[in-house]
Unconditional design. Structure first.
Length: 363
């Protein structure tokens, strides 16, 4: 992205949960540094239990962090959300919204769609019922649904339609930042593609910024401008999406991306199988937290936690936290000189292109 404007910075963020009856804590988020730029989609990927969702909720203060800073860049300057009083934070939430994985559970089944969407509108300025009904109708049309759907109940809609309603509700207070937490994981591929196309269109029309959380690497590749890879509460690699999929530098990223299914018998990529289970966030290994499963582990990895280092590869910044990163960067640059086989088309990208060509419909 050219002329990057910072919207959010996260500094040494920690979210630890006490374990009842024990002195131990679950270190769900354990020292995350992150910058989010205005107008971008930052993908956040990692195995289940790595802390992705907790990080997203901690940024929005839906889960209270136990340490660190979260600076949001308001028109009058950056403010640490952690230090805001409840009333000030409530006002700030107009700028930050979330779309959950399961719209069924996030929509009250006893409320109509209008009922579910009208309360925040009343809180943030639309006082009359006529104003609110018009606004809800406009939002539903913006996500390709009929405005008269506002008088129906969540049970009357399919999963894809409910997720569109969830997106409309998130947009109802005109936010700048939207956290999408596994927002399409419960949908089949064709509906995923439609919803992703919708999110991309809304991003352009509304100048939105997304933090997109997913375990689906094909979805992450398609939707993201930059991607952060998370392991056991920390970011271990961060780069532009195209660069990360071409040059995975961290051993964990290499293993994670090697598992992406490819529907092309002529394309071969070595599958890297990780040994052992993911360590518990209550008992994180010393040194590099990935060293117990890493085939590239050296003695230093067992005792020293690697710092995030920044490299310029083909003119773009690529960050990685690994003691052997210099070697991996050198190998990536050497590989760049050789003719590499072209990767097959991302199945999500293909489905999204076909959905766009066919004309997007709300199922």
């Amino acid at each position: 992205m050219e002329n990057k404007e910072v919207l959010l910075t996260v500094k040494n963020l920690e979210t630890h949960f006490p374990v009842k009856g024990s002195k131990k804590v679950v270190r769900a988020v354990d020292g995350v540094d992150l910058t989010v730029y205005r107008g971008e989609t930052l993908g956040l990927v990692g195995e289940s239990g790595c802390g992705k969702t907790t990080l997203g909720k901690s940024i929005l203060q839906l889960v209270k962090p136990t340490g660190g800073e979260v600076f949001y860049y308001f028109p009058d300057g950056p403010k640490d959300l952690r230090k805001m009083k409840n009333r000030e934070l409530d006002a700030a939430r107009k700028n930050m919204q979330i779309v959950f994985q399961d719209p069924q559970s996030s929509l009250n089944p006893s409320f109509t769609i209008y009922g579910a969407m009208s309360d925040p509108l009343k809180k943030f300025g639309l006082k009359t019922k006529e104003e609110r009904r018009k606004h809800v109708g406009d939002l539903l049309e913006e996500v390709n649904m009929h405005r008269d759907y506002m008088d129906r109940y969540p049970s009357e809609f399919s999963g894809g339609q409910r997720q569109r309603i969830g997106i409309a509700r998130a947009l109802s207070v005109d936010p700048e930042l939207v956290v999408c937490d596994e927002a399409v994981s419960a949908l089949d591929v064709s509906i995923q593609a439609q919803v992703l196309n919708l999110l991309n269109r809304l991003k352009q029309e509304r100048n939105l910024t997304y933090i997109f959380i997913s375990h689906n690497l094909s979805v992450i590749e398609y939707i993201s401008d930059r991607i952060a890879v998370m392991y056991l509460g920390k970011i271990v690699e961060l780069a532009d999406a195209d660069d990360l999929y071409r040059d995975e530098l961290h051993p964990y990223t290499k293993a994670l991306f090697s598992a992406i299914p490819v529907a092309d018998i002529d394309y071969h990529k070595e599958r890297i199988l990780l040994e052992g289970d993911v360590p518990s966030p209550m008992n994180i290994p010393s040194g590099c937290r990935f060293h117990t499963r890493c085939q590239y582990c050296i003695e230093k990895c067992k005792t020293e936690d690697p710092e995030m280092k920044s490299y310029m590869i083909r003119g773009k910044e690529h960050q990685v936290a690994c003691h052997r990163s210099d070697e991996f960067v050198e190998a990536a640059l050497a590989k760049d000189q050789a003719a590499a086989p072209e990767r097959p088309e991302n199945p999500i990208a293909k489905a999204a292109r076909e959905a766009e060509e066919a004309g997007e419909k709300a199922e």
